[in-house]
Design a protein around this ligand. Structure first.
Ligand code: NAP
Length: 558
């Protein structure tokens, strides 16, 4: 097999690359940097007009990360992490986008990225062990390896309400917010959805709009961010040993923040009511999503979980003045089975006279009318409707692309009963295809920047290994994949995570197969990946021009 040289342009390479990467969000950006560094030629296709992925699209009012800035950032370059100065504990979307731009400029990434280009199809050619990648504009290139850096939350979930086209006002999805912004002042605004996006947008929209109607189907658990400007001395302390900080974080559950108190393994039932309250209060006061770590059995025992849930419900009753509104805002489902939100003034917003909570859980939205939304026999007159209705998570974007592997097998057919992967990195029947933070990997249950870094390094090492050993194709074996899928489900089934209608299960998208998609368990997962590579890519079939090339047990170079 030939490999192209670094930095080949389309013209120079004749549309032939070692690697095609789909997506220029944080995973695609780092993957491009890595493969170029390793000497592979690469082309990135990005549907958006610029870098940043999630942070390019999600420009809604109040959009902000709920992972701390000092950890929600790249670790592959010490110069980069030393020079970039974050301003806030939890960075707002514009600052994160500026960071993406800085990274792109600093490492000269843009010349290898084709923006405003959506990949529509990718077909594997068994003769050449190469992928033929086609864009929506009809352009074609080939690559030995296809790396899907398409993000976990990139396909919007757009509910189809009857009468939607008849609405005379404006409709925006939070995940496709206009770049020029939206003037909501003196408008009557309806927000549908109270997940992380809605919880962030609602307090800000409430300040801008004349009247705000929140259409809530399921109440949400949210904890305060207590966001604040970053103390320069504190930032300097982290930077003095950034490598150590990263290493410690990478050993935390979910590659979390090592400066938060560790998760307490003790049972809640061994604590007195007072000790429980003190533990919860301490974590609530910290801000950010540490509440579930107060006791070891919150996510495995329903009774323990309900004690934690009741702590938040009490907070709601203390904050929200109208008892009926407080009751409606109080979630009844398991706490943590949907991702806990992190907010700034969310529950407090319902004390404002211009904010009205509408229950669409007991009576769903009947229709959109020319003037607004009709539910439960009442028509709410609106100028703007904001859909904070989430995403077709983890598989949505992958399945929109017509991906065809061996013998014409489509990924859509293969995943008709839910996603099947090995390690969330490879798919049997689809050689030389990699998914960054794919279903079956810890991805959304971690600090994404850490799991992206892990996958990028693992894939980079794998590609190097294949090149060094003259291997032309790598493919998950059906057995390895089957036992991995079993493992992902089995781990989830030991917990309360599958107990509600979350996007982790695909339950938010009508008709989507209900299966728990991410793997609980980082860092053990990273250990497993290291073992796989150290054992000559155990669980993957390696071949050289169509002939088996048994794994060479050697240092994978990871
Ligand atoms: P989400 O968590 O899926 O929330 C969607 C909301 O829309 C839910 O309240 C849902 O109700 C509601 N909804 C959906 N379809 C509806 C319908 N037909 N009628 C009425 N209500 C409907 O989506 P998201 O808020 O965009 O967040 C998704 C994920 O993105 C988060 O969990 C997080 O991982 C990430 N995110 C992170 C941040 C951050 O870092 N701070 C910010 C935003 C998003 P049900 O609950 O009843 O389905």
């Amino acid at each position: 097999m030939e490999y192209q040289t670094v930095g080949s342009s389309d013209a120079a390479s004749g549309g032939r690359f070692d690697v095609v990467i789909v997506g220029a969000g944080f995973s695609g950006m780092q993957m491009l940097y890595r493969v170029r560094e390793l000497g592979f030629s690469a082309r990135v296709f990005e549907a958006g007009g610029d870098m940043g992925g999630t942070w390019y699209w999600n420009r809604y009012p109040g959009a902000r990360c709920d992972v701390e800035s000092l950890e929600y950032s790249y670790q592959f370059s010490d110069d980069l992490q030393q020079e970039w100065v974050w301003t806030e504990r939890f960075a707002a979307q514009p600052e994160i986008l500026r960071y993406a731009d800085h990274v792109a400029e600093r490492f000269g990434l843009r010349p290898d990225i084709q923006f405003n280009t959506r990949v529509s199809a990718a077909t594997y050619d068994e003769e050449s062990d190469r992928w033929l990648v086609r864009t929506a504009a009809g352009d074609e290139v080939t690559a030995q390896f296809l790396i899907m850096a398409t993000g976990c939350l990139s396909s919007t979930n757009l509910p189809k309400f009857p009468g939607m086209e008849s609405f005379r006002g404006e409709i925006y999805h939070t995940g496709r917010w206009p770049h020029e912004g939206v003037d909501l002042s003196s408008k009557r605004v309806g927000v549908i959805g109270t997940g992380s996006s809605g919880v962030q947008a609602i307090p800000v929209i409430a300040e801008q709009a004349k009247e705000l109607y929140v259409f809530q189907r399921t109440a949400t658990y949210t904890v305060p961010a207590f966001n604040h400007p970053l103390d320069p001395d504190d930032q300097a302390t982290v930077k003095a040993d950034y490598a150590g900080f990263r290493a410690r974080n990478n050993l935390m559950p979910g590659a979390g923040y090592s400066r938060y108190p560790a998760a307490n393994p003790a049972s809640i039932f061994d604590a007195t009511p007072r000790e429980r309250d003190e533990a919860f209060e301490a974590r609530w006061a910290l801000g950010g999503p540490t509440l579930l770590g107060a006791f070891g059995d919150i996510m495995v025992n329903e009774e323990a979980n309900d004690i934690a849930a009741e702590f938040v419900r009490n907070k709601i009753r203390q904050i929200v003045k109208d008892p009926d509104v407080a009751a409606l805002l109080s979630p009844k489902h398991t706490i943590g089975c949907k991702r806990i939100c992190v907010d700034t003034g969310y529950y407090e917003t319902y004390n404002r006279s211009n904010v009205h909570l509408v229950d669409v859980g007991s009576a769903p939205i009947d229709e959109l009318t020319p003037n607004g939304i009709r539910t439960g026999g009442t028509e709410y007159e609106l100028d703007v409707i904001v859909l904070a209705t989430g995403f077709d998570a983890m598989t949505g974007t992958l399945l929109k692309i017509d991906i065809r592997g061996r013998e014409g097998l489509t990924l859509r057919e293969k995943w008709s009963a839910g996603p099947h992967t090995y390690l969330g990195l490879g798919v049997s029947g689809f050689p030389n295809l990699f998914t960054i933070s794919g279903p079956g990997s810890p991805s959304v249950l971690t600090n994404m920047m850490a799991s992206i870094d892990h996958h990028v390094n693992w894939i980079g090492a794998c590609l190097t290994y294949l090149r060094d050993n003259g291997v032309t194709s790598v493919e998950a074996t059906p057995d390895a994949e089957e036992s991995w899928v079993h493992h992902v489900n089995e781990v989830a089934d030991r917990t309360l995570y599958p107990s509600c209608n979350s996007w982790y299960l695909g339950a938010n998208v009508p008709g989507k197969t209900r299966v728990f998609m991410p793997l609980l368990g980082f860092p053990p997962y990273a250990q497993k990946c290291a073992e796989v590579s150290a054992n000559g890519y155990e669980g993957f079939a390696l071949a050289r021009n169509g002939h088996a090339a048994p794994g060479v047990t050697a240092d994978s170079g990871e």
